[in-house]
Design a protein around this ligand. Sequence first.
Ligand SMILES: [Zn+2]
Length: 374
Amino acid sequence: MAHVPDVVELTKTLIAIPSPSQQSNQIIASHLATLLQECGFNLEQLSFVEDDQRKTSLIARKGTGEGGLGLFSHSDTVPADADGWEPFTPTIQDDRIIGRGAADMKGAIAASIVAAAPYTPDQLRRPVTVVITADEEIGYGGAKQVVAESKSLAGNWPTYGIIAEPTQMRPVYAHKGGLRVRVTAHGRAAHTSTDKGISANFLIAPFLADMAELNQLVKREKRFQNAEFDPPTNGFNMVINDGNAAANVTAAKTVCTVGFRPMPDDHREEVLEAIIASAKKHNLEFDWYLHEPFYVDRNSPLIQAALAATGLPAAETVPFGTEAAIFKDLMQLVILGPGNIAQAHTKGEWIAIDQLHSAVNVYRQLIDHFCVNS
Ligand SMILES: [Zn+2]
């Protein structure tokens, strides 16, 4: 009989191991690696080093054969300011567990492991796979490495995958993507008393004016929207950084980041082209990246099974992005996880304990459906 941890205790244990993306996740990764092996999984670990910090993702598989079901989560969290709460001392209050990562997404890691733990390999006709990535919050570095380098997944990805981000255990079939364009102006710093400087702010100003117009356009025109989402608009935004130049110094470098959340059929190429055309016109340096939106057929076998397991009538959409952007071409996916996204990244972050139990229950039904019975 495999070791089956308690989902509440495990969530608390994981919260008590700080793992903000800015630090190495070595401590939590090795804790999880040991636990997964105790729970009967074969384990693959993949690491990379960024800014001198080692980041490790875990791929744990049980059972042989092709395809099966994967449960996907991430072990990093956003940072936590300890002002006014104790983010790494998990406490239980009003049937909730409070602590950094409770909702996003240490509760989901615990529920995934606990759900898959009791199965023995000979019960499984197809494998169940638990993937726990690093650096989800800062650019999907772990997920990208898993796609590029995993030996245990290469050629045998799960047929179906659950991205266990918080959806209150409602199956989600679509979410918005992410597009960022970084535009840089290079000036020359000088004290204004000399009048020998070139302000990067003046160089970039005409571009900013173009973006102000583009913002009006994308918020106004229906062709840049998609009514399946709430809100239907793409969250067009712009931030500017001139390195906090003093008022009597010309800015040497100004970086403007323009971004929005692409949806299916939202004419995003038009918006991207308008941003790039303006950057070129004003001789500014630029680079950009796009995370595609996630969108699957609402009648896919996984969505249907997820609806049956949760007892809900219809799948939904959410406005936030997930690692589905990285994994979507490899498997049929659903976003389905415990907790409320409104709690993610907040001070006093919590997850309802009944969400954890419900996640274990639903994940086991889906493991039964896709790995035991079919
Ligand atoms: Zn998350």
